[in-house]
Structure formats: structure tokens, C-alpha cells
Write a protein that binds this ligand. Structure first.
Ligand SMILES: [Mg+2]
Length: 362
């Protein structure tokens, strides 16, 4: 089998889908990380497509190394692995369809056929703590059994006296009760002393399940200070890409939980390597995942086939604008996403609808 063509679709809300065609009549679909979509789309088409056309999709590991190393001046983290991810996921979709197997079976099998997910919510800065708590309680009432609050701060922007985080988490805890795990994602907002102070209060008086990226992503020393000082698990990994950055993160930042993102880290091939690295350091994996369709399907196959992905995983909820682009949908039952069992990703793209919706097709 040979790859004969590759097409990218930029959607109006920034998502980048990738379709890879083969001479066997089998096509696969992937997704790249969504920010800076036009740049990522151009990288897929101009830097990576020439390295993939004519290749055997079963050489997915060989193709992955070629994509990472040949355009090396584009950098081993950030845009290059984000662009690679769309192609890598599409290749795995092809391998699944060609062998009549769901992707997780090809990645080593199924540790769990349904994945508990947490509803990941980004604070709208106009909302009061009470409004946020009421909204999250409504999502728990709909069936979600775990939550995460993201503050959306950015480096050090939460280091202010009017930071509402503690008040908000107290309200959320009161609204949802003691049994719902709540993650708290500072989005890098605190300096180490403030992160320790807030984290200590939350672990002792509110109860949070994990403490995500409390400090700036470029300061592993600060993260290690926080991880050393607190009992609550510190998590990080959405600012890391390949196994090389995860090695440095683990050794220097000392997070307790690692958070690779399959649409950022280069795809499923690289995610499995990161998972093995984390396993050797006894670090559980919780995926970073903002993309509710192809990205989530790929994450489900990754989590199903990965021993150390046993914690609740990130899900931002179904979104209406995606629904028409697919012939089926990922099933969410009692706060769990069911791992697709159909060949490949198990999520069927409606190409005509994607073509009609895309703002740029390259
Ligand atoms: Mg995060």
C-alpha cells in the first residue's frame, strides 16, 4: 500500500483536519492542534506532505522519524509536532481500516473499554464564583462524575490579591459535594510561593484531585519547588511535545502526573513513547485534550491501550458545530466515553460536509 495524496481542511473555528489517501482505496483522517491553524496547515502541506507521498502507511514509525528530523530547522517542539500529529493519526486510521481492527488493538490492546472523563471548564472572567459553581453543578447533574476548573491565566497573571481561585473552588466543592474529583488548572498563573500557599489551602480545606501547571511553563525549578512542598499531585505536560521534552519535564519539574496531547506531541506514535517513559518513572498519564472529535477519538485509543492512563481523562464536552461533520458520534455514557470498537478511529468523517464547511482546503 502507498500514500497517494494528502489534503488538509481548515475549519472556521480553527480546527485542522488531515485526510491521507492510499492506492488501496483506504483513506485515513487525523487532526492537528488547532491554534494558528493556517500556519499548521501550511506546514503539513509544504514541509511534511512531500515526505509522506509514496510511503507505505505501515512504515508509520519510519515516516514519523522522517517528519521529525528532516525539517529539523522548523523545530522539534511546537508547530512541527502539531503538524505531524494530523498525519500520524491519519496513518493509524488507515492501518486500522486496512487490518479491520480498532486502533487500540494495534497499539497493544485494551486495558479499559470505557474511559472515565472529567468535564474541563475554562473560567469566563466575567463570571462570579457562584455562577461558575452553579454551571458546573449542572454538568454533574447531566452525568459528569469529575470536573476541572481552568483559570486561563497565563504566566504569573494570577499572582494578584484579587485572585478568586480559592473562593471559586470552595463554591464548586459546596455545589457538587465531596465525592466529585475536582482538578484545578492554574494555567501557569502563580509564582512558586503563591502556588504553594494556594495549593496547601486547597489540599487541606477544599480537596482537589490534582494541581495543574501552577507555575510558568518555562520554569521547571518553580514547578519542582511546588511539587516538593505539597501532597496534592502536581500535573503538567501540555507545553511539552516529544519524549525529549517529557524527559526534561520529569527530571527537572518533577510533576506527579504527565499530560501529553496526541494532537500536539506528534500523534499516537510519539504519545506511546511518552507513555512508556512516564511508566518507567511511575507517572500516570492524563491526556491534555481540547478537541472533541478526531482528537478525542485518538486519545481514547491511546488511553485504552496504555496501562498508566487509568485516571479520569480530559474532555471538553460535545460541541454542536462538529456534529454535522461526522456520520456517527463518540458515545458519552454515565461520565465515561466508550472506546470505539470499529476499525481505525471508529469515527466516520462526512467528507462532503467537511469540504462544504472548510474555509481553506490545501
Ligand atoms: Mg491545562
Amino acid at each position: 500500500m502507498k500514500v497517494t495524496d494528502l489534503t488538509t481542511f481548515l475549519l472556521p473555528w480553527g480546527s485542522v483536519f488531515v485526510k491521507v489517501d492510499t492506492d488501496a482505496g483506504i483513506s485515513g483522517w487525523g487532526e492537528c492542534s488547532p491554534m494558528n491553524g493556517r500556519v499548521i496547515q501550511a506546514m503539513v502541506v509544504h514541509a511534511l506532505k512531500p515526505l509522506v507521498i509514496g510511503a507505505n502507511p505501515f512504515d508509520v514509525e519510519v515516516i514519523g522519524e522522517r517528519m521529525l528530523l528532516r525539517p529539523y530547522k522548523l523545530g522539534p517542539q511546537g508547530a512541527l509536532p502539531e503538524a505531524m500529529a494530523g498525519i500520524d493519526i491519519a496513518l493509524w486510521d488507515i492501518l486500522g481500516k486496512a487490518t479491520n481492527q480498532p486502533i487500540h488493538q494495534l497499539l497493544g490492546g485494551c486495558f479499559r473499554d470505557r474511559i472515565k472523563v472529567y468535564f474541563s471548564y475554562g473560567w469566563d472572567h466575567r463570571q462570579s464564583p457562584q455562577e461558575v459553581a452553579a454551571y458546573l453543578a449542572s454538568r454533574v447533574a447531566e452525568g459528569f462524575t469529575a470536573l476541572k476548573l481552568r483559570m486561563g491565566y497565563g504566566p504569573l497573571k494570577g499572582d494578584t490579591p484579587d485572585d478568586p481561585a480559592i473562593a471559586m473552588l470552595k463554591e464548586i466543592r459546596a455545589a457538587v459535594g465531596d465525592s466529585v474529583p475536582i482538578g484545578f488548572d492554574v494555567n501557569n498563573g502563580y509564582s512558586a510561593p503563591k502556588a504553594i500557599q494556594v495549593g496547601r489551602y486547597l489540599q487541606d480545606h477544599v480537596g482537589i484531585a490534582w494541581y495543574e501547571e501552577p507555575t510558568p511553563p518555562y520554569d521547571y525549578g518553580a514547578m519542582a519547588q511546588v511539587a516538593d512542598a505539597l501532597d496534592v499531585p502536581v500535573s503538567a505536560g501540555e507545553h511539552e511535545y516529544t519524549r525529549y521534552q517529557f524527559r526534561d519535564l520529569i527530571l527537572q519539574g518533577k510533576p506527579d502526573i504527565c499530560q501529553p496531547d496526541v494532537v500536539k506531541c506528534g500523534g499516537l506514535t510519539e504519545a506511546k513513547k511518552i507513555a512508556a517513559l512516564c511508566e518507567a518513572f511511575s507517572k500516570p498519564i492524563v491526556v491534555h485534550n481540547t478537541q472533541p472529535t478526531i482528537g478525542t477519538a485518538a486519545s481514547l485509543h491511546f488511553c485504552a491501550s496504555t496501562a498508566n492512563a487509568y485516571l479520569p481523562q480530559e474532555f471538553t464536552g460535545h460541541r454542536d458545530h462538529f456534529r454535522p461533520l461526522f456520520k456517527n458520534a463518540l458515545a458519552l455514557v454515565d461520565g465515561h466515553l466508550l472506546v470505539p470498537q470499529a476499525p481505525g478511529l471508529g469515527l466516520e468523517v462526512d467528507e462532503e460536509k467537511v469540504r462544504a464547511t472548510a474555509v481553506e482546503i490545501l
